[in-house]
Write a protein that binds this ligand. Structure first.
Ligand code: MSP
Length: 463
């Protein structure tokens, strides 16, 4: 028997300093679409998502709310789960960095790094400008007028004794792996960006914090906790190593955290002689008036607002249809409303209603749909061109509409069943191809168009 192929997709684990916004939702829905696509093709495809709960940023947010860090993390983490439920995200596991098995795997990983001699045996003095929003030290060149350009905050001067990972030892290996696409970084422009940064040289990186209690204690020095980024990256391996699902096939992220995923993470894995992730895709940002949408800036749209307005499938749809996935896109309700009305209410919804009514009037019976994905769909989806995949389906919908308008089946006698049978097939194919994007709607359509076909209430009421 053929072995079932695996496909392992991850999203970043999101910080629990505040609730989800549509930036997080964007990545998570895209990852879910990819996972569902592979599942539908018969793969054992798994999606891992979750929350990043340690570090200064969370500790500060908890204090602000008068809570203990864990208590605060419990609350926000639960809200992320609820948001993903409302969007029908089919994850295999929701991981939290405060989960016991993660803490165990992270400590074992850190110990392995230490045993391999890639972490200095003694701490070194570490200092610089720390941006709590990013949870990282920033170089003076990254700042604009002394402020972090993403958070509009002044990084704090910070120095302490930390343990170091010898990241600089991996420059050549990483260059080779990335150039050859053994670690495939996409879009291509991001790959080039990473390679040119890599050529400027790598500095060793601090992997611990001396004065931060809210973190995982280092196994080889309990007085220090793991730097949150190092431990967070290990979450992928916590799931992967325990489920025989390593390496990851796809880390889906936005461009803000590409350096950690494309450089730091693979180097950590090379250091313990593990396999590196196969692919990293970094998409663009949702912006509002040209500024990154972020909790720190306070200009966020929540997933609840989207689901309330467009329903679960409608929300999934507008997020992925609006912009090319690798690029930034400026959010507007107006744009989303137009997309929803034109494509879902008028396009798909109308076609389905029109054809169902004709079938009902003519006692047409649909057969079960047994085909596979359209090759164009496959091509676009495997390159993460969600909006092009959807455009392709919309040209299929337009084609079916044209057929109805031109052939006027309601005026035909003999030929009517043949035309309607063709339309039923087309609608089934459209629904099947849309299934990763619109799981509930597609299932409804496929059910409605198999067996004796009846009219049903509108799929997408107009806004
Ligand atoms: N906790 C880290 C990730 C650790 S992964 C081992 C982190 N968390 S975050 O909450 O800030 O989430 C960052 C991710 O959220 C981005 O990479 C992206 O996937 C998503 N987005 C956050 N804001 C976004 C936009 N404005 N637009 C699009 N995606 C955005 O970084």
């Amino acid at each position: 028997m053929d072995k079932i192929k695996k496909y392992f997709v991850t999203t970043p684990i999101y910080y629990v300093n505040d609730v989800a916004h549509i930036g997080h939702t964007y990545t998570t829905v895209a990852a879910d679409v990819i996972t569902r696509y592979y599942k539908q093709r018969g793969y054992d495809a798994r999606l891992l998502t979750g929350t990043d709960e340690h570090g200064a940023k969370i500790a500060e947010a908890a204090i602000k709310h008068g809570k203990k860090p864990k208590e605060y993390a419990d609350e926000i983490s639960e809200k992320f789960k609820e948001a993903w439920k409302s969007l029908n995200i089919g994850y295999a596991r929701f991981i939290r960095t405060t989960d016991e098995d993660h803490i165990k795997v992270a400590r074992e990983f850190l110990q392995k790094l230490y045993d391999k001699g890639v972490i200095d045996s003694k701490p070194r003095l570490y200092g610089g400008l720390y941006c709590v929003g990013h949870e990282k030290f920033m170089s003076p060149e990254e700042l604009v007028n002394g402020l972090c350009p993403d958070h509009q905050t002044k990084p704090i001067e910070h120095s302490e004794e930390n343990y170091y990972f010898r990241l600089s030892d991996y420059q050549e290996k990483l260059e080779k792996l990335i150039t050859s696409d053994e670690i495939r970084i996409r879009p291509e422009s991001r790959k080039n960006e990473i390679l040119s940064k890599l050529k400027q040289g790598l500095e060793d990186i601090s992997i611990s914090r001396a004065n931060l209690e809210w973190g995982i204690p280092l196994p080889f020095d309990k007085k220090q906790t793991s730097y949150v980024w190092i431990e967070a990256l290990i979450n992928y391996y916590t799931y992967g190593s325990q489920n025989n699902f390593w390496p990851a096939d796809l880390h889906l992220i936005a461009k803000d955290i590409l350096w950690f995923h494309a450089i730091v993470w693979p180097a950590m894995l090379l250091a313990i002689e593990e396999e590196t992730p196969k692919q990293i895709f970094a998409h663009g940002f949702f912006t509002i008036n040209g500024q990154k949408m972020s909790k720190t800036l306070g200009n966020v749209i929540s997933p609840d607002q989207l689901v309330e307005r467009y329903g679960t499938d409608g929300a999934r749809y507008v997020l992925l249809a609006a912009f090319p996935f690798g690029e930034d896109g400026n959010f507007s309700w107006d744009l989303f409303d137009r997309l929803y009305n034109a494509d879902l209410a008028n396009g798909l919804g109308n076609l389905v209603a029109r054809v169902a009514k004709l079938c009902e009037n003519n006692d047409v019976v649909g057969e079960e749909y047994k085909e596979s994905f359209d090759p164009k769909m496959t091509k676009h989806l495997e390159q993460f061109k969600f909006n092009e995949a959807l455009n392709h389906i919309w040209s299929e919908i337009a084609g079916a509409d044209k057929l109805v308008t031109e052939k006027k089946p309601w005026e035909l006698r003999e030929e009517v069943k043949i035309i309607l049978a063709d339309l039923v097939k087309r609608i089934q194919r459209i629904a099947f191809n849309l299934q990763p994007f619109l799981p509930e709607t597609s299932e409804k359509i496929l059910k409605q168009f198999s067996g004796s076909i009846k009219s049903a209430p509108p799929l997408f009421p107009r806004i």
